[in-house]
Design a protein around this ligand. Structure first.
Ligand SMILES: Cc1ncc(COP(=O)(O)O)c(C=O)c1O
Length: 383
């Protein structure tokens, strides 16, 4: 049976050109980029080349990129690294973040609180947007970092990053942005955004899993998370995963090539799905969770009223359709989403939310087929 994959916010299939680039490298090279001999120098050449290619697409300097094992490590490095560096020097002990961040941020903040830091979790409105005024009100003389995600992985809401960054700059506070879901989905240029640290992950953009990057503006220093062989200019020790990093570089190039067109295509899938759901099931049965316009083009979170999330996901899976309840980390246990809870939605809406996320290979036919199956599942459930 063919399978329709509508869970691209969890992870994405690798692009054939990414696989090709990685296998070509792995067939011909294996060196350790720290070795001084020719085999090592060759590996180093590819590592540098990948860094240059990614920097060109993000519009930053190559030495502003630190390769990591993915979004989670980049987020941890930004937070732990900023705290460790700043607390020792200035005695500051306060972080501001939002209630709807990914667990890579929220669980890191919880650990920092156990270590004596203070954290303010700013609320969001019913569409999942933070209010810049709430962030401003939360700032204290001891605030050393603000960390707000670019676009939310569960409901797709995009935050006012530029305004928050401008505020942070004016107050001399570092600003970290988790841009894991925004890369390849939003047009941005890190060189002109008021951002000091930005997290990226390769497997969300058709690259390999286990690779990512932390953008660190030249003016920003954070302590390392990992100590050892001093790779990545002493910022992240450990022998580099060069095949993975090359795959990531290829994925960044593919994701940012004619991004305007890609955004248009994905938005079309998203809006068509929403319109079809409304027309086939009735507007009163379909609730959009998230912001109607300030949103990532590839994420559609809807509550199909009367259909419990778990039952709907199981039925869709049996029909050969992969969707999700929210973030992949919690979807195994189907806990109520902290994001939807923070948006103060009714129980009925909370208990019937499903996330569809679009990407490589998806077509309008997939969307039409999925909506048709949902209608069948719902009428079966009603009987
Ligand atoms: C917004 C966001 N941040 C961080 C992560 C973690 O990234 P990774 O899976 O590369 O560790 C994810 C993954 O779901 C995410 O969506």
């Amino acid at each position: 049976m063919s399978y329709i994959y509508l869970d691209h916010a969890a992870t994405t299939p690798m692009h054939p050109e990414v696989i090709e680039e990685m296998t070509r490298y792995m067939r011909e090279h294996f060196g350790n980029a720290s070795s001084v001999h020719r085999v090592g120098r060759e590996a180093k050449h590819y590592l540098n080349q990948a860094r240059d290619r990614i920097a060109a697409r993000l519009h930053c300097q190559p030495n502003e990129i630190v390769f990591t094992s993915g979004g989670t490590e980049s987020d941890n490095m930004a937070l732990f690294g900023a705290v460790s560096y700043e607390r020792d020097r200035s005695g500051k002990n306060h972080i501001i973040t939002s209630q709807i961040e990914h667990h890579a941020i929220l669980h890191t903040c919880a650990q920092l609180e156990r270590m004596g830091m203070e954290v303010t979790y700013v609320p969001v409105d019913a569409t999942g947007r933070v209010d810049v005024a709430d962030i401003e009100a939360a700032i204290r003389p001891e605030t050393l970092l603000i960390s707000i995600m670019y676009g939310n992985n569960e409901v797709g809401t995009v935050q006012p990053i530029r305004e928050i960054g401008t505020l942070a700059r004016a107050r001399g506070i570092r600003f970290h942005v988790d841009a894991v879901q925004a890369l390849g989905a939003c047009l941005f240029d890190v060189s002109e955004l008021p951002v000091d640290l930005m997290s990226f992950s390769s497997h969300k953009i058709n690259g390999p899993q286990g690779v990512g990057a932390l953008y660190m503006a030249r003016s920003t220093t954070v302590d390392p998370l990992l100590f050892g062989g001093s790779q990545e200019r002493k910022r992240r020790s450990g022998t580099e995963n060069i095949a993975g990093i090359l795959g990531f570089a290829k994925a960044v190039e593919l994701a940012t090539d004619s991004l305007d067109d890609k955004i248009h295509t994905t938005s079309h899938l998203r809006s068509t799905m929403f319109q079809l759901l409304q027309s086939q099931l009735g507007t009163e049965r379909v609730v959009l969770n998230g912001h109607p316009t300030e949103c990532l083009p590839h994420i559609l979170n809807v509550s199909l009223l009367g259909a419990p999330t778990e039952t709907m996901l199981m039925n869709l899976d049996m029909e050969g359709i992969a969707a999700a309840s929210g973030s992949a980390c919690t979807s195994g246990s189907l806990e109520t989403s902290h994001v939807l809870q923070a948006m103060h939605l009714s129980d009925e809406v909370l208990q019937s939310a499903v996330r569809f996320s679009f990407g490589l290979g998806n077509t309008i036919k997939d969307v039409e087929f999925t909506v048709q199956k949902i209608a069948t599942i719902l009428s079966r459930m009603r009987k």
